[in-house]
Write a new protein. Structure first.
Lengths: 492, 492
């Protein structure tokens, strides 16, 4: 159990890999680069999905479902996209297996079942969706189209890591079409704000909202909005993106509409997505050397109760007391579990729930029964206290809220103390190596300088923060004039 | 709109195809055999998902996610499965596209990016899941595994129809592992009962629970439980299956456990699933020549309110009245929409909601304002009445329940009058041609007779009903002895 977990200071990367597997979140499968999301991990993902889905619907979006496959010619239709990440992908070329005549019991691809046109397993769905939108849009009355899809996508990544980078992953992708440029830009911003709200208030992960540079932008987008988070090892993680697509996809797929004034024009588009990568961000933001630390909003079990007893009579008395509390907590819609398994020791259970990040653990033994108390242990602070059973349900409800807020405050404090203003390149390199985090530095605005810094340091421009102050300065590498600071970091 | 819909008596099949598209449920995509599930259709599917998911969790199951791809060798591991439907499937052979040197702007499959082992896009996930379970199960303490997955699957169907048979479809697949045979059988039965409960009480579709014959059984199952529904054209539709897998998959993937008594044995398995095919069953059970008829439990919008007015003042007064009702209905968790679009006539709106199957339509005009009434129209019966606004919210709530029950009663009545006992083969053929529905007939129990009847009539044995009465008789084709009647029908 947790005693076997590599610590973060020993090897952060190993700690992460071990924790994801030991806490039953996910594991590698027999299929290269594809993961199995285990029930406990999936339960957390379901909580994310439910909340995001609610937020999408509240902002006027509907869900739909588009094909898994994209014919090769559709990729070609959007040239910029095809020049982007779309090339490393899974390609279906045949549609039948047959018995291998030379090897009894073995199967082979039937050479007579070759597809006329190869199908690409979607790495993202702009192409298939915009080719559909063409038939859905004639007039301004058909706009806006505000559609989201929950789906699996595949990108043939060579080096994979559970949740952070996998060949197949789960995500949602919103694809919207609008009559005006202003409306589409507003939509991209709205969805970036939805993501930021979700990350901060639901996942307790502070994020910086910003714009990507041209180099880091999604191929086919005119502007990419993003939210950037900071992990405990000082590396940044892009937690969500929202793209203003201009009329690029409308032009590639010939999606036109007749405006209110009878004018024919291309529609304006956006797309936005978050993925199971967020699970990686969750683990790396809050967890510690003993295991997962889950914000109460995302914890499948928010409170676990462990009985401590020697006799059956004691267990019976404890159970009676616990049942009352469980009923009260359930009424408050708090997810609570009474772990009365008798073949495991309390110590074993304590370790297990620590590893799995259950926010609050209650213990109750004969002494507590006498005193009318419970022992209340917080996972985030690893502190314990004895609490009277009178009014304990509302005490626990408030404590869950406190924990949620404290986790955010702690992560925010870490993040804020890891944004460092640097003014020359030596300082840049030194802070990057010794402290990590975001480096707030002047940049001359050219892709060449950006590329050079990446080559020299592995740091990339994570974003141009939306709230940055206009400030004249000199580029940290070239000394050329700059209009303001941007945020550099090494990133996942 | 609806006036263009082919009627059922004209051409049932055409009626279905047109209705699915015109009611905005789904449409064919640019990808062979793959459909686009449109927002309105997807909203209905989401309601099905939510209810099924709740029922699965209530019966102790958790969700997880397994890879989209299955390496070819895993298919071979389960021979029976490989001999079944698994051969017609999408096969990934390459992992990269590159620019075509001969055709500027075109892409080609990179011949240097051939996979060592082909990957099959899952047609079902037994192979990948059982190869994972191998590592999850050591002792009886690890059992039962009660896991469900919501996923897309692909089967390379040659002739496809929206929802009923598509190359890619959405489904859930439960895969469970147990320590004893009895427990696994009980699980298969429990899930068949969950499906039947869902079909009848949520979708208002009466079903017959039964067992498949050996011929119709899932390859790799020892027993297949099913629920069979009857469509309005007299053809049966398999609405869900639950398989008792015996130790077949455990043996194929070497999944063993140490029992309570220290004995090593293979685990016992089940799998069960329903798919977007249920959308087809929904349409074909309840809808009519004017469009969809949705049971209130599945209707994205349960009540729509249409204002009838000539002046802005009238609309303002109507809106005031409607807003009060809308607030009341929302409190009752009834999904209600006030359609105050001014660029469409009430008649246009009436047609639209008829086509889309909204269970209750309210209209309110100046006369209703005077009288303190609403006009209430039922979609299922196409009847109208004037109802006083006092207490109308609870009246409507009750009416939704009535409609739900009436739809089930109507479908049940149709189904029951379309189960015909036949005792010789001439009668069999005549009833099948002239009336359709289920034919309850004696069968000698041999696959040969089953096959012969299928050849001669296209009817298959839909199931051996669980509640059939033991009754000695003579096979309707061969005259050989039979132990009881089975249900034949033509089927989707």
């Amino acid at each position: 159990m947790s005693k076997n977990l590599t610590t973060r200071s020993e090897d952060y990367s190993k700690w992460y890999n071990e924790l994801v597997v030991k806490a039953d979140l996910a594991e590698n499968s027999g299929v290269r680069g594809c993961m199995v999301i285990k029930p406990y991990g999936y339960a957390i993902w379901e909580k994310m999905q439910a909340e995001l889905d609610r937020m999408f619907k509240e902002t006027g979006h509907s869900n739909a479902y588009f094909p898994l496959f994209v014919p090769k010619s559709m990729f070609e239709a959007e040239e910029k996209n095809a020049e982007g990440f779309a090339k490393e992908c899974a390609i279906v070329t045949h549609y039948r297996l047959k018995n291998d005549p030379d090897k009894p019991g073995k199967l082979m691809v039937d050479p007579n079942a070759k597809l006329e046109e190869e199908l690409i397993v979607r790495p993202t769905s702009e192409a298939i969706i915009w080719s559909t939108y063409k038939n859905w849009v004639q007039s301004y009355r058909d706009l806006p189209l505000l559609i989201n899809q929950w789906a699996n996508v595949v990108r043939w990544e060579m080096r994979t890591r559970l949740f952070l980078r996998t060949a197949e992953f789960l995500w949602q992708e919103g694809h919207t079409a609008h009559a005006t440029k202003a409306e589409a830009i507003k939509e991209s911003e709205t969805m970036m704000n939805v993501y930021a709200d979700f990350a901060e208030n639901f996942m307790a992960i502070p994020v910086i909202k910003g714009l990507k540079t041209e180099t880091e932008r999604f191929a086919g987008a005119e502007e990419t909005y993003c939210i950037e988070a900071l992990m405990q090892d000082g590396k940044a993680l892009q937690a969500g993106t929202s793209h203003f697509l201009g009329q690029n996809f409308a032009k590639a797929f010939d999606v036109k509409f007749t405006s209110n004034e009878g004018k024919l024009d291309y529609v304006w588009g956006t797309s936005w997505g978050v993925s199971t990568r967020l699970m990686g961000a969750l683990v790396m933001t809050h967890s510690d050397d003993k295991g997962l630390v889950l914000p109460p909003n995302l914890a499948p079990t928010q409170i676990v109760i462990v009985p401590i007893h020697k006799t059956d009579e004691q267990l019976a008395a404890i159970t009676e007391e616990v049942n009352k509390l469980v009923a009260e907590l359930k009424k408050m819609r708090i997810s609570v579990k009474f772990d009365d398994r008798t073949n495991m020791s309390p110590g074993f259970k304590f370790n297990e729930y620590e590893l799995k990040g259950v926010p609050i653990r209650l213990a109750i033994g004969p002494k507590d029964l006498e005193n009318g108390t419970f022992e209340v242990a917080r996972r985030d602070t690893l502190t314990k206290e004895s609490v009277s059973k009178d009014g304990i349900a509302s005490y626990l409800r408030d404590l869950l809220e406190t924990i949620q807020n404290d986790l955010f405050a702690k992560a925010l404090d870490y993040r804020n103390t890891h944004i460092t203003e640097v003014n020359d390149f030596e300082e840049f390199k030194s802070v990057l190596e010794n402290k990590g985090g975001f480096l707030s530095a002047h940049w001359d605005g050219t892709p060449e300088t950006e590329e050079k810094i990446k080559e020299l340091t592995k740091a990339t421009i994570r974003c141009i923060a939306l709230d940055r102050v206009e400030e004249a300065g000199k580029c940290v590498l070239t000394g050329n004039p700059s209009k303001g600071r941007v945020l550099f970091a090494k990133a996942y």
